[in-house]
Ligand binder design. Structure first.
Ligand code: NAI
Length: 339
C-alpha cells in the first residue's frame, strides 16, 4: 500500500511555482487560527500546495497581515484574510477542507487536558459555524486536547443535524512524524523511507506507536522500542520544555498538518490508496473514537483500517490506554451537552 506522506513532502520542492495542471479541481481550504504559531507556517505550507485554489485565513486577530504576506507568493491559490467573528461566515463558505489550529498552546507543567476549558469553547463556536456555513467540508482538528475536541465537534455537528462521521478527523500526524524521525535515528536509516503506524489517541500514553510494524525492518531490542515509544509519547513535552514558556510545537505541527491536509485533498480528488493515521469515529475497538490507519477518499474516510498484528508490548499499551482515552471522550461529550 502506498502511504502518501513520503511523496507529499516533495511537492514543496517540486511544485512550488504554480505548475498545476488545468485538470486539478478547484479546492477551497480554510485555516481557523491562521495567525497563530501553527497557523502561520501552516498557511505558508498550504499556499505552496498546488491542490489548493482558494486559501481562506481566519483568526480573531492579525489575519490581514498574515494574508497579505502569504498572498505575495507566486503559487496557484488566491489568499484572503478574515478577522473577527463577523467575517467567519465568509471565510467558511464554499470550503472543501477546514483546518483548525485555533486555541491556546501548552506551557511547561500543563497537560493537554489543562487546556480543555478554553479550547473546548473555541472549538464549539467554530464547529457551530462550520455546521452553518460549510457542513459538507472535511474538518481537520488540530486544537488540543484532540482526544476530547473531536468528540466535541461530533456532538456539535449532531446537534446541528450535520454530523458526517466520515468527514471529521483528529490530526495525529505529528505523532507519526515524530515516530518516523525517532525510529530512523535509532535504526540508522533515512527518515524519508520510514513508515510507522501510530494508533490510539493524541496525549501521553494514549499515543501508541506500532514499531513492530515499522518499515524498513530493524532489529531493535525491547529496551530500545520502549525508549522510542516513550519519546514519541512525550514528544510534545520535549518541545514545550525546550521552548520554556513560549508555547508548544508549531513548525513540526504545521508540517504535519500540511501533510495530512494534502492527503485529504488527494483523497477528495480521487487519488487512490491514500492512507494516513487519524483519530476518527471508529469500531475497531470498543471506544467510539480511535486513531488508526484510515484510507481517504472522495467523501473523507473511505475505510478505517484495522490494527494489524501487535507485539505483546503493544497489546499491553493498547489495554492501558483505553481508560484514559474513554474518559477524555466522555469529557468532550459532556462538555458539548452541557454548554
Ligand atoms: P497560538 O496561541 O500561537 O495560536 C492560536 C491562534 O488561535 C491565535 O492566533 C489566536 O488568536 C487564535 N484563536 C483563538 N481563539 C480563536 C477563535 N475563536 N477563532 C479563531 N482563532 C482563534 O497557539 P499554537 O501554538 O498555534 O497552538 C494552537 C493549538 O494547536 C493549541 O490548542 C495546541 O495545543 C494545538 N496543538 C496541536 C497539536 C497536534 O498534534 N494536534 C500539536 C501542537 C499544538
Amino acid at each position: 500500500k502506498r502511504v502518501s506522506s513520503s511523496s507529499s513532502s516533495t511537492y514543496l520542492i517540486r511544485r512550488s511555482f504554480g505548475s498545476e495542471s488545468s485538470s486539478t479541481p478547484e479546492r477551497k481550504v480554510a485555516v481557523l487560527g491562521a495567525a497563530g504559531g501553527i497557523g502561520q507556517p501552516l498557511a505558508l505550507l498550504m499556499k505552496l500546495n498546488p491542490l489548493v485554489s482558494k486559501l481562506a485565513l481566519y483568526d480573531i486577530a492579525s489575519t490581514p497581515g498574515v494574508a497579505a504576506d502569504v498572498s505575495h507568493i507566486n503559487t496557484r491559490s488566491q489568499v484572503t484574510g478574515y478577522m473577527g467573528e463577523d467575517q467567519l461566515a465568509k471565510a467558511l463558505e464554499g470550503s472543501d477542507l477546514v483546518i483548525i489550529p485555533a486555541g491556546v498552546p501548552r506551557k511547561p507543567g500543563m497537560t493537554r487536558d489543562d487546556l480543555f476549558n478554553i479550547n473546548a469553547g473555541i472549538v464549539k463556536s467554530l464547529c457551530t459555524a462550520i455546521a452553518k456555513y460549510c457542513p459538507n467540508a472535511l474538518v481537520n482538528m488540530i486544537s488540543n486536547p484532540v482526544n476530547s475536541t473531536v468528540p466535541i465537534a461530533a456532538e456539535i455537528f449532531k446537534k446541528a443535524g450535520t454530523y458526517y462521521e466520515k468527514k471529521l478527523f483528529g490530526v495525529t500526524t505529528l505523532d507519526v512524524v515524530r515516530a518516523k524521525t525517532f525510529y530512523a535515528g535509532k535504526a540508522n536509516v533515512s527518515p524519508a523511507g520510514v513508515n510507522v503506524p501510530v494508533v490510539g489517541g493524541h496525549a501521553g500514553i494514549t499515543i501508541l506507536p506500532l514499531f513492530s510494524q515499522a518499515t524498513p525492518k530493524a532489529n531493535l531490542g525491547d529496551e530500545e522500542i520502549k525508549a522510542l515509544t516513550k519519546r514519541t509519547q512525550d514528544g510534545g513535552t520535549e518541545v514545550v520544555e525546550a521552548k520554556a514558556g513560549k508555547g508548544s510545537a508549531t513548525l513540526s505541527m504545521a508540517y504535519a498538518g500540511a501533510v495530512f491536509a494534502d492527503s485529504c485533498l488527494k483523497g477528495l480528488n480521487g487519488v487512490p490508496d491514500i492512507v494516513e493515521c487519524s483519530y476518527v469515529q471508529s469500531t475497531i475497538t470498543e471506544l467510539p473514537f480511535f486513531a488508526s490507519k484510515v484510507k481517504l477518499g472522495k467523501n473523507g474516510v473511505e475505510e478505517v483500517l484495522g490494527l494489524g498484528p501487535l507485539s505483546d508490548y503493544e497489546k499491553q499499551g493498547l489495554e492501558s490506554l483505553k481508560a484514559e482515552l474513554k474518559s477524555s471522550i466522555e469529557k468532550g461529550i459532556k462538555f458539548a451537552k452541557d454548554n
